[in-house]
Design a protein around this ligand. Structure first.
Ligand code: PMV
Length: 362
């Protein structure tokens, strides 16, 4: 075990907490340089960088009651949007198993976990990032009560570390506004084990960037992220792709300083298409884009050419399109989205989001 992992194992607790509850709201995030491919224990095959979002988030309340003696199993009830949800239980069980070594109090309590999303469940927007981030923060909040001298930086770092064990990209959903995850030679302090706040200068233009999420396909994906990541093992282009992600993070450094939006667009759109190219060249191959995903991409390119706008798109592991644009183009782009893009959305649905500043205790 590395020094860092050892640091996350508590040596003991100075307080005892019998019963109580905590609530945290954690945001979703959208990667600019994509994480696709992982090694054992949720270690990313390449570094990634993301905008933390704001409107798309998960709120989780953790109620806890201490048992008289340590339980043989984890003991918890899980409620999603007010209803008991048994199909979520295995995910939580796995998460508790993976994190128990770092949270030795887990079997000491009975938990009730109540969670809800700000976005509709069937929107094609994955709630695993915001969900695992919110739950990790609730558990760290409890650990801070058991160890009141814990400092806040450590608490956030360990929350990111735990969230990663739940769902890789969740480690980028703890803080804001620009988060880097995965060891990179140019970024001092970067780690495969947790996300960090991007440590360099960032131009004002990126401080209030917009992300309008066009809901192209609200159904369940045919191929999960877990399966997709695994198909990068033995993928013919994997090595080049991982190297390219390192290079794109280096290329973004001067872009973030200067606010060079043309170069930003070039890197971000290329990353989105490369992610999907990896899917299409996996064995077995698969396609998550839909015809309307491509319609939207083409319309964005046309509009950018005609109007000299800085609008661009990115994609996650699905058919929905994230439309990115700076604050100063807000009116013009909103008009274009309403008149030109929402016809390609399922039931004309879309979500107006923007860059956010991280999770909050409620
Ligand atoms: O965290 P996961 O396992 O759901 O993977 C996320 C993968 C992408 O969204 C496609 C890219 C990313 O970096 O978020």
């Amino acid at each position: 075990m590395s020094v860092i992992e050892k640091d996350f194992v508590p040596v003991g607790y100075t307080a005892d907490n019998i019963t109580g509850k905590v609530t945290w709201k954690a945001p979703s995030n959208i990667a600019l340089v994509k994480y696709w491919g992982k090694r054992e224990n949720q270690i990313p095959a390449n570094p990634s960088i993301s905008f933390t979002l704001d409107a798309c988030n998960t709120t989780t309340t953790l109620f806890y009651v201490k048992h008289n003696s340590k339980g043989a199993d984890f003991s918890f009830d899980f409620f999603f949007e007010g209803e008991p949800k048994d199909d979520f239980r295995p995910k939580i069980e796995v998460f508790f198993k993976r994190t128990e070594h770092y949270l030795p109090f887990l079997r000491d309590y009975h938990f009730k976990i109540e969670t809800s999303n700000s976005f509709p469940h069937s929107s094609g927007i994955a709630s695993s990032a915001s969900g695992m981030a919110a739950l990790s923060l609730c558990l760290m909040d409890l650990e801070k009560q058991l160890n009141p001298e814990m400092d806040t930086d450590f608490m956030y770092r360990k929350a990111s570390f735990l969230a990663r064990l739940g769902s890789g990209s969740a480690c980028r959903s703890i803080q804001g506004d620009l988060i880097q995850w995965g060891a990179h030679s140019d970024i001092h302090g970067s780690s495969d084990k947790y996300g960090i706040q991007y440590p360099f200068q960032v131009h004002e233009v990126f401080k209030n960037y917009h992300d309008t999420i066009l809901l192209v396909d609200k159904g369940k994906k045919q191929v999960s992220s877990t399966v997709g990541h695994n198909l990068m093992h033995g993928h013919p282009y994997a090595a080049q792709r991982f190297e390219q992600a390192h290079q794109n993070i280096s290329r973004l450094k001067p872009v973030f300083v200067d606010g060079n939006l043309k170069e930003f667009i070039n890197i971000v759109e290329s990353e989105a298409l490369t992610l999907h190219a990896m899917m299409m060249t996996s064995q077995p191959y698969f396609v998550l884009m839909k015809p309307n995903t491509l319609e939207i991409i083409n319309k964005i390119w046309e509009f950018r050419k005609e109007s000299n706008s800085n609008i661009c798109f990115t994609l996650d592991a699905g058919a929905n399109v994230h439309v990115l644009y700076p604050e100063f183009e807000k009116e013009k782009v909103h008009q274009f989205i309403k008149n030109g893009l929402i016809v390609f959305c399922e039931k004309e649905q879309y979500i107006c989001d923007r860059i956010g500043f991280g999770a909050k205790k409620m």
